[in-house]
Design a binder for this molecule. Structure first.
Ligand code: SF4
Length: 465
């Protein structure tokens, strides 16, 4: 039987503010025209939006994080509502300049954890590769405001080559995430070259882009872009939508083109006070995302970054939102809520507590409605039954990053903070109870590779009568 193919979605009626009504459609839908006609001063913005005093003050301040707004995205702003959730994301107010306790310039310590400029290798098998500092528009809460928007901070060809070389020489990297700035503002040929260099590395299994361009500039997701990325499959893309107002017919059409090109698309949102810190807004957001075939992936707690103080919420707000999503809607519409660890520890998932208590053989759980149940655990479970199959799977190296898994795997019995034993030694001199060979008195039998040997020897040793 012949397979049915669905027809692509028809192009939408374009969303635009009255100020641009006379721009021909061909120009309006040209991403380069959008980039060249961005708004970045109070005078320009005032042609489209009625600015508040606080917004005007911020726009006229010195040392402000860069402002640029595409005409398309500016058209989504309610010109008369200072509380418009789209507006708050891209138009600064005086509150942005208020310092707050614990704020940092680089709160995720990305620059500290970069083996070469722009390459963050935080997790064992994947890297974040920053390739530009430019974006289509600038989010007021940006985690990378220390470099983003500043052309003098952008990455040189030499630095790019060093990033590629590091990936080539590090076989444990199987996943590369391109971000910035925004890789989708790069000239198409340049993006093609970068994707080509990465795809030529045999151990790089998947390539991802994290981009807000489809939201600021959906016209960039054109046939040329889709043709380019299709050459480098498996290629994944994460977009960044924070509020249902950003889901327009233009974005829907862009996602349709991308998914037809075989690109799995996810969404990352940031939890922002006054923008989306509501269970009902988040529920509408995730429902509208899955309708355009975008899977909600992460909901981020707002970082401790300069300029973002007024956007921050308590972590409990995020937990409340997940409480309002999990079970109340489809599982694939529920993002993972994460706190990106200040100081650079990576994403830490946070969620309501569903395990109420446990005892050997029983776990007591609650569901989203408050129904409490008991899961009876098997009494004859044999964790060794899988071992023969398990040994067939090659181990992936995670040098120094095995974490708690190392304790569960029996590789180690405890993890101690740096200097832990020295502190407890209290500066005392070596003495007969804690020196020389007898140090092995703290070696747990059967734990770790060396200990395995000892255990074997101990078991093989002839027993004394
Ligand atoms: S698009 Fe991303 S990198 Fe650019 S300003 Fe927004 S959050 Fe920052």
């Amino acid at each position: 039987m012949k397979q049915q193919t669905t027809q692509p979605m028809t192009e939408p009626v374009y969303t635009r503010a009255p100020y641009w009504q006379d721009v021909p459609d061909a120009k309006w839908m040209d991403w380069r025209w959008q980039m060249s006609n961005r708004l970045n001063t109070a005078v320009e913005l005032e042609k489209v939006i009625n600015l508040t005093d606080s917004e005007r003050d911020a726009l006229n301040a010195n040392n402000l994080f860069r402002v640029d707004i595409t005409p398309y995205f500016a058209s989504l702003i309610d010109p008369d509502d200072p509380n418009c959730p789209v507006r708050k994301q891209v138009i600064p107010t005086a509150r942005e300049m208020v310092p707050f306790q614990s704020m940092m310039e680089d709160s995720l310590a990305e620059d500290k954890h970069s083996p070469v400029p722009g390459l963050v290798h935080r997790y064992p098998d994947r890297v974040l590769m920053l390739i530009t500092t430019q974006c289509a528009s600038y989010c007021r809460y940006c985690t990378r405001s220390r470099i983003v928007g500043d052309p003098t901070q952008t990455f040189s060809r030499k630095e790019f080559d060093a990033q590629i070389e590091y990936i080539e020489n590090t076989p444990q990297i199987r996943d590369v995430l391109l971000s910035g700035g925004d890789p989708m503002v790069l000239a198409p040929k340049q993006l093609d070259m970068i994707l080509g260099r990465l795809r030529a590395i045999p151990h790089v299994e998947i390539i991802r882009i994290g981009s807000r361009v489809p939201v600021f500039l959906p016209m960039r997701v054109n046939a040329e872009f889709c043709d380019t990325v299709q050459k480098y499959h498996p290629f994944w893309l994460n977009i960044h939508v924070n509020h249902p107002k950003e889901i327009t017919p233009e974005l829907a059409a862009a996602m349709d083109r991308l998914t037809r090109a075989g690109v799995p698309v996810g969404n990352q949102s940031v939890l922002l006070a006054g923008v989306n810190d509501s269970v009902h807004i988040q529920r509408k957001l995730v429902h509208d995302l899955v309708k355009i075939r975008v899977r909600p992936y992460y909901l981020y707690q707002c970082d401790l970054v300069e300029g973002s103080g007024h956007f921050r919420t308590p972590v409990s707000k995020g937990i409340e939102i997940i409480e309002g999503l999990r079970g109340h809607t489809s599982g694939y519409a529920v993002p993972t809520y994460v706190v990106d660890a200040p100081g650079g520890g990576g994403k830490i998932p946070v969620m309501p507590n569903y395990v109420l208590t446990q005892a050997p053989g029983k776990v007591v759980l609650r569901n989203f409605e408050g129904f409490i149940t008991t899961y009876a655990e098997p009494t004859d479970y044999d964790p060794h039954e899988i071992e023969a199959q398990d040994k067939l799977i090659a181990r992936r190296p995670e040098p120094g990053q095995e974490g708690l898994l190392k304790l569960l795997d029996g590789e180690q019995m405890y993890i101690e903070p740096q200097g832990f034993s020295d502190v407890r030694a209290r500066g005392g001199a070596e003495h007969r109870l804690r020196s020389g060979d007898i140090a092995q008195k703290w070696q747990p039998l059967g734990v770790g590779a060396i200990e395995q040997e000892q255990e074997t020897k101990a078991l093989e040793a002839p027993k004394e009568e």
